[in-house]
Ligand binder design. Structure first.
Ligand SMILES: Nc1ncnc2c1ncn2[C@@H]1O[C@H](COP(=O)(O)OP(=O)(O)OP(=O)(O)O)[C@@H](O)[C@H]1O
Ligand SMILES: [Mg+2]
Length: 485
């Protein structure tokens, strides 16, 4: 029996990297090259960092071809990445965008990427992108025989700001003017919202329309989002850049790893897939206590750290949280048209399923009543999202000026220190008395007090006012949870 010389990969490779041996051997043979008939050791340095996934196939193959002197080329400022198929083709590989971004940061001059991922890689400027169809083609290129043309960026995707929203528009939602207003305030200041109402009232519809009134993604934001989708393998190959704010609505049966991220080869969870967009938790009480608890830390830090034996991975998770629920298990409590069949104790048990600390972190409570027939049947078209987005964008602009030089983007992110500086100082006398009255009569907790002021700040920003006046404060007070401080 003929034995093949050993071919080893060392330096903490995972199984996908171990399997590279077979793919690389076969790909080299099927590309008109020779697989050296001697012992080969591939060392992936540094040895203490786990190497994962199939992106190492192409660099390993090129390393072998160069070391066996079948091709001579200077590859010192070059990065190769891509999975090989047995016949030597270079296949689509996940995570190309962040890898190319890192290569540029490290001063790499040129990156060879799978042809299928060329458009994605080309989003990163300042580094030459060479799309590779097969190992054979790359070898011929490195030999200087037939050159691969670097990607021409003139046909690159239009700037993110020009993207047109394709989902539900505010003008499709009939009535519910006060809910739309609450969502406008939420979008303007980055506040999170809980909508409560009977089945079919339009809660899901309204939540789906929310991204349409958020400011368009800037190119940098679009790249951040695209990196997350690239790592998750969710980037459509025909659409290398994500230009719309994400809207994610995970089902309440979702696992912790699915929600916050995890797995052996850690993938971003729903909270990272909603980065810069909207995370919609429909039927909030159905989400288990523990699922909601794991959200607490990322909600505060706006990023999530997934820890594993091999070290930690951090994903961004800066999203707007919108939740919805029925007022009771049957859904009709407080609805004029249909009798509620739930006992008081079932209702309070149902509402208690949402943990106190999480409820405590909701900024805007809004009731979504059933829309009556006249309104639904009315042909009149409401205000389009574009108009609302204009106001939201203007309010965000004012916040940006306020927070220049800080890490804050929105009013919702202010700590008590900023609340004092930006909300309590510019407070009209009449507003001050109203606040004092509300504090005494409604027994507001310190947290609610700050929340009301932050909301009032956003409402004032929406109307272009420097100082917070009574009407702003009065509206903010409306968004408190009924019956709570
Ligand atoms: N205000 C509205 N304007 C236009 N269509 C509406 C409105 N409200 C509800 N609808 C229609 O009714 C359907 C049900 O609405 P939706 O799914 O948003 O209700 P919901 O409040 O989420 O109900 P549930 O509590 O059962 O989840 C939607 O598909 C939508 O077309
Ligand atoms: Mg719904």
């Amino acid at each position: 029996m003929k034995t093949f010389p050993a071919n080893n990969i060392v330096g903490l490779p995972d199984t996908a990297v171990q399997e590279a041996k077979e793919r690389v051997r076969s790909a080299i043979r099927n590309s008109g090259l020779t697989f050296p008939n001697r012992r080969i050791t591939v060392n992936l340095a540094p040895a203490d960092l786990r190497k994962e996934g199939p992106a190492y196939d192409l660099p390993i193959a090129i390393g072998i071809v160069l070391a066996s002197e079948q091709v001579a080329a200077d590859v010192s400022r070059t990065v190769f990445l891509g999975e090989l198929s047995l016949d030597g083709k270079v296949r689509h590989t996940r995570g190309v965008l962040p890898m190319v971004a890192l290569a540029r940061e490290r001063g790499i001059a040129g990156v060879y990427v799978p042809e299928a991922d060329g458009g994605e890689a080309a989003l990163i400027n300042g580094v030459e992108i060479l799309p590779v169809a097969s190992l054979g083609q790359l070898a011929v290129h490195l030999q200087g025989l037939v050159r691969i043309q670097p990607l021409d960026r003139t046909g690159a995707p239009a700037p993110a700001a020009e993207a047109v929203w394709k989902g539900v528009d505010f003008c499709h939602v009939k009535g519910q003017e006060h809910v739309k207003r609450a969502l406008e305030v939420a979008a303007a200041g980055g506040h999170n919202v809980l909508m409560t109402g009977p089945p079919g009232a339009g809660k899901t519809l309204l939540a789906r329309a929310l991204p349409s009134i958020l400011p368009s993604l800037t190119l940098d934001e679009a790249l951040e989002v695209t990196k997350i989708y690239s790592v998750s393998g969710l980037l459509p190959s025909d659409k290398p850049l994500i230009t719309q704010r994400p809207f994610r609505a995970p089902h309440h049966t979702i696992s912790h790893a699915g929600l916050v991220g995890g797995g052996r080869q850690p993938r971003p969870g729903e909270i990272s897939l909603s980065h810069r967009g909207v995370l919609f938790l429909d039927e909030l009480p159905e989400f288990g206590h523990s699922v909601l608890e794991v959200l607490r830390q990322p909600l505060e830090d706006r990023l999530v750290t997934v820890s594993r034996a091999q070290g930690n991975v951090t994903f961004p998770a800066n999203f707007m949280r919108v939740s919805a629920m029925n007022p009771c298990p049957c859904g009709f409590r407080g609805d004029g048209t249909k009798e509620c069949t739930c006992s008081d104790s079932t209702v309070s048990r149902y509402q208690r399923r949402i943990s106190g600390p999480l409820l405590d972190r909701i900024d805007i409570f809004v009731e979504v009543p059933r829309v009556d027939f006249e309104k639904l049947a009315d042909d009149a078209v409401g205000e389009p999202s574009e108009a609302v987005r204009g106001r939201v964008q203007a309010a965000r602009g004012r916040q940006q000026e306020r927070f220049v030089g800080t890490r804050f983007i929105c009013n919702a992110e202010m700590t008590p220190l900023e609340v004092r500086q930006y909300c309590q100082m510019p407070l009209e006398d009449a507003a001050k008395s109203l606040l004092r009255l509300a504090m005494n009569q409604l027994a507001l907790s310190a947290r609610s007090f700050h929340r009301v002021l932050k909301l009032a700040r956003t409402i004032a920003d929406l109307s272009g006012a420097e100082t917070i006046a009574s009407p702003h404060l009065a509206e903010a007070l409306q968004y408190r949870q009924r019956g709570q401080g």
